[in-house]
Design a protein around this ligand. Structure first.
Ligand code: ADP
Ligand code: MG
Length: 680
């Protein structure tokens, strides 16, 4: 039912509530406070300490006095007493309160203590005769929107609980609630808004968080179509050529690469399905692991596919993979959106017939009309750019193919549990030898000319540079450089004697490829770009990364950008132009200057920006959470994960009547993003 019909709401407030994502009565009931005002700290006047927030039971012991020290400031003082001593209640600019209280009234109050010499003051207290509604309780403080006060929210929520709270359905089946000792829903809702005491709050929150995480986890498992059981998979036996390929590589594998490949190889040789995530910082050499795995699949007569998030990256992978496989009879093909129709049809036909051994591409490879003959291995590169759903679709292109996902984004443990709960994790924690540390500088816009001079000098010595900025087109709202604007001004002025190229996400992919190709071949000296070059691009001759308005990027993202340079033999530089004076953004720049450790950087990013912004969990296909906090509720998350597995083992599609509401709840949480995939 629409929230509009809750007593005290109506159409106007309903519109405001929408901004808080509250549409229905249920949304309102589940709308958890941001924090609480604990008014249960009852004290005697004599025990009050300066600065603390207290509740007192007092009696009015004198007449009010009003002061007006300045024209716009009035002060009302009312003397009170209890058995331990005297105090003054003090209100600023609220003289009307005097008429509400009379000598001898017994009231309870709650406010902050201010001690001035011998005088105990309670500043701007809330008060009531007797006690119950306002004092002596733990009161909610809600995240608010414009012109909706906390008191209004409290009234609305109170009405909603009174009229509808007991009608809320119990989503969690009773066997589960009993087993885990979870509070009933009605009581949980009451206590999340108006906790009876701390223990009740903890129990209420535990129940609601569990409900939310169980729903989330069930949904994710259903999407992945895995219930924790290990699927039967393909066994790719060992062949001698693997070792030969490794021996013939143009470089020696690092220790970390060797270890990770061994883990992959063991998985592949077993007859269970491999589900492995490879985490490794930019430049740690993940691609070669993928290549070795694809070689192994090919040796057993299976096809492989590798999906990359951008066309540029897909092309690059395609080229380097083809090179490694040159000496073998391996047919490697590239599938991207821009492929002409005729060629595409031929390619799809060959793929279906099994004439293609290795397919590299963008999202195009998960299109419906893409059919493999015998898919044995599905690889996703830069996993963080894809959602859960896309990964699932890719693996459904074969019969339990082995799955390898690769990411350069270090993922905090909790999130990894959710995203990759069913994956084994390998970490490449060592860079190939001989890399020079990239020098990182953070400067303000006043230094822009010196930066340009430096870039020119390097280019004249034969190097190339990236210049990255946040936006594609001019923006009236934000005072930011757009790529186009910047390109035009730099090309005509600062760098007029150099070859500049422009690359951004709104260009056609054929144009992008063309520009990228020119940059790779050295026909362009400087590439002006948005973050499309962020992932994976490899041009060893480029040794300068300049980022305009670096404050607009996440630290992890800046770290990725920095990883575009330092890929060759030349000393490389990353110059961050910080357009903000704020302390926090200077702090963020400092972190990048100090460290080149991706895990450390993303941890710091998380600290400074908070989980929501950091991850954009949406991007991963995870719906917004209302109560649960992935960075705090690890234990409940683990429990939910375990229970989700058990439930699905018993009732794979949640068709049992006792799981009916749970199933509805999953659909509600994931909305259209899931329905088509899991429940038919
Ligand atoms: P990422 O992990 O960021 O995807 P890449 O796989 O693109 O890294 O590798 C980065 C560069 O390092 C590539 O040019 C690759 O050929 C090279 N490389 C990978 N492994 C080694 C190694 N063991 N020794 C030397 N160079 C390596
Ligand atoms: Mg890579």
């Amino acid at each position: 039912m629409s929230v509009q019909y809750v007593k005290g709401v109506g159409p106007k407030r309903a519109a405001k509530l929408k901004k808080l994502n509250i549409y229905t009565v249920e949304d309102l009931l589940y709308f958890a406070p941001r924090e609480y005002d604990d008014r249960t700290n009852f004290k005697d006047i004599a025990d009050c300490a300066h600065g603390e927030k207290v509740s007192l039971n007092v009696q009015i012991s004198g007449y009010p006095s009003k002061l007006r020290p300045r024209g716009n400031l009035s002060i009302l003082k009312i003397p009170v007493r209890d058995k331990s001593g005297y105090a003054n209640l003090v209100w600023f600019n609220q003289n009307y309160i005097a008429s509400k209280l009379s000598m001898g009234d017994k009231i309870s109050v709650n406010g902050k203590v201010n001690i001035r010499g011998n005088e105990v003051q309670i500043i701007n207290p809330v008060f009531e005769k007797g006690k119950g509604e306002k004092t002596g309780r733990i009161m909610p403080i809600y995240p608010l929107t414009e012109r909706l006060t906390n008191n209004e929210m409290i009234n609305i929520v109170t009405n909603a609980i009174k009229d509808y709270g007991h009608k809320l359905p119990e989503i969690l089946p009773s066997y589960l609630r009993e087993e885990l000792n979870l509070m009933p829903i009605y009581e949980s809702i009451i206590n999340i808004h108006f906790p009876r005491d701390k223990d009740h709050y903890i129990e209420a929150r535990r129940r609601l968080v569990f409900e939310e995480l169980l729903t989330l986890q069930l949904g994710l498992f259903l999407i992945k179509n895995r219930t924790g059981e290990i699927n039967q998979g393909i066994s790719f036996p060992y062949v001698k050529e693997e070792d030969k390929l490794i021996d013939n590589l143009p470089f020696k594998l690092t220790g970390a690469q060797e270890r990770v490949y061994r883990e992959v190889k063991e998985d592949m040789e077993k007859n269970k399905q491999m589900n492995r995530l490879i985490q490794g910082d930019v430049g740690s050499g993940k691609t070669i692991i993928a290549i070795l795995a694809m070689f192994k699949a090919w040796s057993s007569g299976y096809q492989s596919v590798m999906m990359a998030p951008t066309e540029i990256l897909a092309v690059q992978h395609y080229e380097s993979i083809s090179k490694f496989f040159m000496d073998y009879d391996i047919n490697c093909k590239l599938l991207v959106g821009s492929l002409p129709n005729k060629e595409k049809e031929q390619l799809l036909e060959d793929l279906r017939l099994g004439n293609i051994d290795v397919l590299v591409g963008t999202h195009a490879v998960i299109q419906e009309n893409v059919e493999f003959n015998k898919l044995g291995l599905a690889i996703t590169d830069e996993q963080h750019r894809f959602g859960v759903k896309q990964r699932a679709v890719l693996s459904q292109k074969g019969i339990s193919p082995d799955i390898l996902v690769m990411t350069a984004t270090p993922i905090p443990r909790t999130l990894a549990l959710i995203l990759y709960g069913d994956l084994d994790i390998s970490i490449i924690d060592e860079l190939p030898p001989g890399r020079k540390e990239i020098e990182t500088y953070a400067v303000g816009f006043s230094m822009v000319n010196r930066v340009s001079e430096f870039v020119k000098k390097q280019v004249l010595e034969g190097r190339q540079a990236y210049i990255v900025c946040p936006l594609v087109e001019e923006s009236d709202k934000l005072n930011l450089k757009s790529a186009e604007e910047l390109y035009i001004s730099l090309k005509d002025k600062v760098y007029k004697d150099f070859n500049l190229g422009l690359l951004h996400g709104k260009m056609k992919s054929s144009e992008k490829d063309h520009i990228m190709e020119k940059f790779k071949n050295g026909k362009l000296d400087i590439l002006i770009s948005t973050t499309v070059i962020e992932v994976g691009v490899n041009v060893p001759n480029a040794n300068i990364m300049v980022v305009y308005n670096a404050e607009r990027f996440g630290l992890a993202q800046l770290h990725q950008l920095r990883g575009r340079v330092g890929r060759g033999e030349y000393q490389s530089y990353c110059i961050l132009i910080n357009g903000s004076n704020s302390k926090i953004s200077r702090e963020r720049m400092r972190i990048l200057q100090k460290s080149t450790d991706g895990f450390y950087i993303s941890e710091k990013d998380l600290e400074l920006r908070g989980p929501g912004e950091f991850f954009g969990t949406r991007q991963h296909g995870i719906p917004d959470l209302k109560i649960a906090n992935l960075f705090i509720d690890i234990d409940i998350l683990k429990l939910a994960q375990q229970k989700a597995k058990e439930i699905l083992e018993e009732d794979a599609l949640l068709l049992d009547e006792k799981h009916f509401l749970l199933r509805q709840n999953i659909i509600h949480m994931f909305k259209d993003r899931i329905e088509d995939l899991i429940f038919n």
